[in-house]
Design a protein around this ligand. Structure first.
Ligand SMILES: Cc1cc2nc3c(=O)[nH]c(=O)nc-3n(C[C@H](O)[C@H](O)[C@H](O)COP(=O)(O)OP(=O)(O)OC[C@H]3O[C@@H](n4cnc5c(N)ncnc54)[C@H](O)[C@@H]3O)c2cc1C
Length: 384
């Protein structure tokens, strides 16, 4: 089998992997990203880009190029429950929406421009740790296998992966029954296109986020507890649009025919609980480290911030499997994200439970200062 060597191997070219490569390339390392899919590719996501994202794009000096791709600017937030009660708030921070196919390709291209080697499409299938290095076995789209030898492996492969099983991670057999689905809907199928607002609609054991991602399309993304529901996701979305009077106010009837045949991106059984951020000397970043409730719209921000955290540690630590690096990463990760993760998880369980949600929404409606406060708790707005 052929062999390549690199200082740092990054598994996955999503926001976490590309951002890590962009940061670490500044330290002069030889970096290789292995990405399973051909880009551009779509993926499950509400496609809301929070201030944490734009802060990092600015820090990496790529914000103006990002703006030239014409992301849709968002200024306000509205939650609408199934009884019609509405909560509104200004976001009070910079936020955008952009299709993941466009955003992820942009970041990966920027990494390539900064001399990061990207091997794509190719999949890491096994990782073996020795005393001094890692040997990762990779298979490309022509079924050729090769090894990459590296001093460090960074896993940025997303929320669930066959490698989790191979690494015997604690959560692999846990069932959440939480299922996410995304579609892109042309705005001509909407009665009301609210282009500068992100909206959350609720229904039984489900919430749905909507924001416009460019001048033509709206992202419709929902998360549902499927413990009781066995209906396929597409049919469930159609049922909800038909039966929920608030959805009926915004979707034209011909939207349903469009949804019946359009591409749908989904993932089942998403695990939002705690995971180890170091597994057998492999550093987990982005969703591989921890998945935040999508309600907070902060997964991409956290993926990019975990990349920045690792960069700050690699300025002072050796990359040769340093135990001090691992323990600092664990500590700093907890410090940076644990409050946000807990708050988002609690709000998500309230929103998914009809009776608690009804009380919560009425309470928040009575005390308008509560919503901006909760939004702030789910993110890192120190610099706002
Ligand atoms: C329903 C839902 C809605 C969401 N909405 C939002 C939102 O509006 N805003 C927001 O900020 N976040 C949102 N998120 C979260 C966001 O999608 C993730 O946090 C983000 O994609 C994490 O980025 P990542 O790079 O860690 O992983 P990913 O984006 O999943 O990227 C991982 C990459 O690794 C590749 N890969 C996987 N396995 C291998 C392998 N073995 N070898 C090589 N490559 C591999 C994959 O092909 C993929 O490209 C949402 C999540 C869900 C579930």
């Amino acid at each position: 089998m052929t062999e390549q060597t690199t200082d740092i191997l990054i598994i996955g070219g999503g926001p976490a992997g590309s951002t890590t490569a962009l940061y670490l390339s500044q330290l002069g390392f030889d970096i290789t990203i292995i990405e399973k899919k051909k880009f551009p590719r779509e993926t499950l996501c509400g496609e809301f880009l929070s201030k944490e994202v734009t802060d990092i794009l600015k820090e990496l000096n790529i914000f103006n190029e990002f703006l030239s791709l014409k992301p849709n600017k968002l200024n306000s937030f509205r939650a609408v429950d199934e009884t019609g009660i509405e909560l509104k708030s200004d976001l009070n921070f910079d936020a955008y929406a952009m299709k993941r196919s466009v955003f992820d390709l942009f970041l990966l291209d920027k990494a390539k421009e900064r001399k990061v080697r990207v091997i794509q499409p190719a999949e890491v299938i096994t990782i073996t740790r020795t005393n001094s290095e890692f040997i990762s076995e990779i298979i490309d789209d022509s079924s050729n296998k090769f090894n990459v030898i590296s001093k460090l492996v960074i896993a940025a492969y997303g929320k669930q992966n066959i490698l989790d099983k191979k690494l015997e991670r604690d959560f692999i057999n846990k069932k959440s029954y939480l299922n996410g689905v995304k579609i892109h809907l042309p705005i001509e199928f909407l009665k009301d296109s609210f282009n500068d607002e992100i909206r959350i609609y609720t229904d039984d054991e489900l919430y749905c986020g909507m924001n416009q991602v460019n001048d033509k399309e709206m992202t419709v993304c929902f998360l549902e507890n499927r413990k009781k529901s066995k209906i396929p996701s597409r049919e469930r979305l159609i049922d909800v649009i038909k039966s929920n009077k608030n959805f009926q106010k915004i979707f034209k009837t011909n939207a349903l025919d469009y949804i019946k045949s359009t591409n749908i991106y989904g993932t089942g059984n998403i695990f939002f609980g705690k995971r180890e951020v170091i597994e057998n000397g492999i550093i987990m970043i982005g969703d591989a480290a921890r998945v935040i409730s999508p309600l907070a719209g902060d997964g991409i921000g956290m993926a990019m911030e975990s990349a920045k955290l690792l960069y700050s540690l690699l300025i002072k630590h050796n990359i040769n499997q340093s135990e001090q690096l691992f323990s600092d990463y664990k500590k700093q990760y907890e410090k940076l994200f644990s409050k946000r993760l807990k708050t988002a998880k609690i709000i998500q369980s309230i929103i998914l439970n009809r009776s608690i949600r009804n009380i919560g929404i009425r309470f928040a409606n009575k005390y308008p200062a509560l919503l901006p406060y909760l939004i702030k708790l789910t993110r890192n707005l120190k610099t706002a």
